[in-house]
Write a protein that binds this ligand. Structure first.
Ligand code: ATP
Length: 365
């Protein structure tokens, strides 16, 4: 059993608050991804779990054991770093065997475990090479192999795919996911890449400025972002976020922004009793627009096409309506010319609204 639990964990570097009031329970065998922009505190959190960084306050448990003061080597964890940290003068076999030798395991056991890990990773043919004789992808596998041979209770990954080219990154993240299923070991994975987080995590922890913003499954975060930061961070192209003014009352609430007014359906309008005659932030994902043949006041957004981006499986248009800039997905092979006018209908069911001051969702999640 290797649950990982962080309770009220904080980390200060002199004046800098790197991680603040971090609370999270990671289940045994769960794959949890910490994601956020550079400097949000994700690596520091991982390093505190690993024992490579001291904890300013709060508690970290692995299983039932409080590990705040336990040396890294005694925590039953294995870490895979972005730069792989392989020993250049050692063969692949020796790199993978090293931690077991340090633990004084028998020669037979070491050989068996290295062979087994090499087989899982498909690197049996590379065991006698040195790191400089390997490609980036192969080095990455060796780094993984070095972690696997330990049979740890918890894997910690710090941006392990960042040094691979785009194609190999996609392939390797798939393999890592399969590997996780096969090894059934708790994993905490740090990345700044939200696509990597979405595709790999059972649960994702979105961080910003040292704080957890939201914890949830990939689609929970996508469909029900708790605040404006998560809404803008998860999803590519990003959710359209713009300021709008709500007016009216009861069933008749409308929203005004750019060159358009939208009448909100009653089931949305009911949330806004406290917000009428106030500004809010509206969020609409690019795929949550339909197109109308004509402009219909109160129902559609008339917009001027600025840029058309056909990417093959989808075409995105960047449009403006007054001072509001929007990106809309318009289908795979739609012909739209720059400078033309299109009329967009938002799918209200999927529309988000955020409080302009607190930036929290006002839809009750
Ligand atoms: P990145 O993706 O760029 O690695 P991150 O989200 O992993 O970013 P951290 O490396 O955890 O962020 O850093 C969080 C904050 O703590 C940042 O403001 C960083 O400058 C600061 N920080 C990290 N390590 C130290 C240190 N050893 N001394 C002082 N400040 C530090």
């Amino acid at each position: 059993m290797a649950e990982v639990r962080l309770e009220k964990v904080c980390k200060l570097f002199d004046e800098v608050v790197a991680v603040d009031d971090f609370n999270l329970s990671i289940q045994d065998k769960e794959f949890v991804v910490l994601v956020g922009p550079s400097g949000c505190g994700k690596t520091t959190t991982l390093r505190m779990i690993a024992g490579l960084e001291s904890i300013t306050s709060g508690d970290v448990y692995i299983g039932d054991r409080l590990i705040n003061k336990l040396p890294a080597k005694d925590r039953n964890i294995a870490m895979v770093f972005q730069n792989y940290a392989l020993y250049p003068h050692m063969t692949v076999f020796d790199n993978m065997a090293f931690s077991l030798e340090m633990r004084k395991r028998s020669k037979e056991e070491i050989k068996e475990r290295v062979q087994e890990a090499a087989e899982i990773l498909g690197i049996q043919g590379l065991l006698l090479r040195r790191p400089k004789q390997l490609s980036g992808g192969q080095r990455q596998r060796v780094a993984l192999g070095r972690a696997i041979v330990r049979k740890p209770g918890v894997f910690l990954f710090d941006e392990p795919l960042s040094n691979l080219d785009a194609k190999l990154r996609v392939q390797t993240r798939l393999e890592l996911k399969k590997l996780h299923e096969r090894l059934a070991t708790t994993a905490v994975y740090v990345t700044h890449d939200q696509i990597e987080a979405m595709t790999m995590g059972d649960r994702i922890v979105v961080m910003h400025n040292g704080f957890i913003q939201q914890v949830g499954s990939p689609l929970e975060l996508y469909d029900r972002p708790a605040n404006q930061f998560v809404a803008g961070f998860i999803g590519s192209p990003a959710m359209n976020l713009f300021e709008a003014e709500l007016s009216g009352a009861g069933d008749g609430v409308s929203l005004q922004a750019g060159d358009f007014t939208l009448e909100l359906p009653p089931d949305k309008a009911m949330y806004f009793r406290d917000y009428t005659e106030q500004k809010v932030i509206v969020g609409i994902r690019p795929e949550d627009f339909k197109r109308a043949a004509e402009h219909s006041p109160g129902q559609t957004i008339p917009a001027t096409v600025e840029v058309v981006e056909p990417i093959g499986n989808e075409t995105y248009v960047n449009v403006t309506s007054g001072d509001v800039m929007l990106t809309a997905a318009v289908g795979r092979r739609t012909k739209i010319e720059p400078h033309s006018t299109i009329n967009l209908i938002p799918i209200f069911e999927n529309m988000h609204l955020f409080d302009i001051r607190s930036q929290k969702s006002i839809l009750g999640y």
